[in-house]
Design a protein around this ligand. Structure first.
Ligand code: NAD
Length: 492
């Protein structure tokens, strides 16, 4: 078991942890605070300032002032890149501290936090900083009689509302392109996992990010989140989370007539043909559904298996899932931690009950892990009708729903039963066939012989119920944060 670092202990004890507004660490205007819990024990981890409309207002004001006066918006991209690389360096230097905070707050295994979540943040900062340096802000347009070009400049204050499953990674995916383009940002982290984002603010200060360029207000969705989404001072808003809240954020953005990026939930399918290596594919899909305790928007939660290999595949994957070691995030023997909260545990257990009440068979029962304190849930496999609630709705836990297919057309039809369109995968030794299938699936991402593939430069986004607005992580994402303007001079 890793010892909690003294810096982490001190950080957690210093509550209520304040907001970061205009380069200062300040408490809530109304003095409110809330508790965040360690999902591995159920104990209170820290107290955090609870933001309301007045705090959001102050933070938008600080971000606007920084946009107008700090020089950030007009810095040459090179100079901004230097600061963003310095910030990425700080993230890397403090990887152990950040990883511990993330593991304690989300419940995820420390190795995953250190090997994936934290570096994803620093890589996002570096990728977009470098991309901005290479981006032409003035692009000539060849037209008869007109001297014309497109000029691109940052928008202003960009608001970000983030969920609890990958706080640091999603912080990077969201704010890095906006900052690299010269905007200023205000982030509202999820109330269940605000801690690593607050610690990140200290690193921003140490890296010399000008005051007011990065602002963070913690708090609940209905108060701080809603106030941010509807604030008239925002130039853009981006939301990552559930479709229900995404719809409310889109409505608020529409009322202010500002662009809105939505990265929403998913119900990812994996189509497994009968020519795969069964043991290998079973292992990879077992990893996909237990990654972050299944709390991954794009992961494979509907497994559509060719009927010829169905029995062998089920045996292989059951054995893998039964071998998964549940445990505390800081314990190096842990493969899978708890879900994030008691509320989330009730949600997952509720789906298991409802699914079986609607006729699904439990191929692997799963359910609550009573031998551990905290919010642990064992991996489960259900099988049955594509109309079952567990085949249709996002559960967000370590649960996969199994279905059989015999023809490619049938597999595609099963995938499209879901209104989500985030990510699917096709597993086959016949790569041309897999490619054809991958192209036929309507979603932001189709992976072949893999699931959950992320890289900076590789566009990632959703279709249908999984969101709109351009996605993240691609060169186009940087463009999304630059406002295009035509500059034109007619000549004879
Ligand atoms: P959620 O929608 O409940 O909350 C997300 C954020 O919105 C939180 O910060 C919350 O405080 C805030 N919020 C809640 N109500 C609000 C309101 N009325 N106005 C403004 N903000 C409000 O989602 P969650 O439970 O935190 O996260 C799980 C969901 O996120 C899943 O659906 C998952 O698939 C999705 N997700 C999507 C992606 C992606 O990239 N597409 C990534 C991670 C998670």
């Amino acid at each position: 078991m890793a010892e909690v670092l003294p810096q982490v202990k001190k950080f957690l004890a210093d509550g209520p942890l304040p907001f970061y507004i205009g380069g200062e660490f300040i408490p809530a205007v109304a003095g409110g605070a809330f508790e965040t819990r360690d999902p591995g024990s159920g104990e209170v981890l820290a107290r955090v300032a609870a933001g309301e409309a007045a705090d959001i207002d102050a933070a938008v004001g600080a971000a606007q002032q920084a946009f107008d006066q700090s020089g950030w918006a007009n810095l040459p991209a090179n100079d901004r890149a230097v600061i963003l690389h310095r910030l990425a360096d700080k993230v890397d230097e403090q990887a152990e501290v950040l990883a511990q905070i993330e593991s304690l707050d989300v419940g995820k295994p420390l190795g995953q936090a250190k090997g994936f979540d934290v570096p994803s943040l620093s890589q996002a900062l570096r990728y977009f900083a470098d991309l901005a340096v290479q981006t032409r802000l003035r692009e000539p347009i060849a037209l008869r009689g007109l001297e014309a070009y497109t000029y691109r400049s940052p928008y202003g204050v960009c608001g970000f509302i983030v969920p609890w499953n990958f706080p640091l990674l999603l912080l990077g995916w969201n704010i890095a392109p906006a900052l690299a383009a010269g905007n200023t940002v205000l982030v509202k982290p999820a109330e269940d996992t605000p801690l690593s984002t607050l610690y990140f603010c200290r690193l921003a200060e140490m890296a010399g990010v000008p005051a007011g360029v990065i602002n963070v207000v913690t708090g609940f969705g209905a108060t701080a989140g809603a106030a941010l989404a509807s604030h008239p001072g925002l130039a853009r808003v981006a939301f990552t989370g559930s479709p229900e809240v995404g719809r409310a954020v889109a409505v608020a953005a529409a009322k202010n007539l500002i662009p809105c990026k939505l990265e929403l939930g998913g119900k990812g399918a994996a189509i497994v043909f009968d020519d795969v290596d069964i043991a290998q594919t079973a292992e990879k899909l077992a990893q996909a559904v237990t990654l972050n305790c299944g709390q991954v928007c794009c992961t494979a939660t509907r497994w559509i298996i060719h009927q010829r290999i169905y029995p062998q595949f089920v045996d292989a994957v059951k054995a893998k899932l039964q071998a998964v070691r549940l445990g505390y995030g800081l314990d190096s023997a842990t493969d899978m931690g708890p879900v994030v909260s008691e509320k989330q545990r009730r949600r997952v257990l509720g789906y298991l009950e409802k699914g079986q009440a609607q006729g699904a068979t439990a191929v692997l029962q799963g359910g609550a892990e009573a031998s551990l304190p905290g919010y642990f849930v064992k991996p489960a496999l259900l099988a049955g009708s594509p109309d079952n609630i567990c085949a249709r709705e996002e559960i967000f836990g370590p649960v996969a729903f199994l279905m059989k297919f015999s023809t490619p057309e049938q597999a595609i039809e099963l995938v499209h039963r879901s209104r989500y369109g985030l990510a699917n995968s096709v597993w086959s030794a016949d790569v041309p066939r897999a490619r054809k299938m991958a192209e036929a699936l309507v979603a932001g991402n189709s992976w072949i012989n893999a699931h959950n593939v992320f890289a900076y430069g590789l566009p990632y986004g959703g279709a249908n119920l999984s969101g709109f607005g351009g996605g993240v992580n691609s060169p186009e994402t940087l463009r999304d944060y630059l406002r295009p303007q035509s500059i034109v001079r007619p000549y004879d």
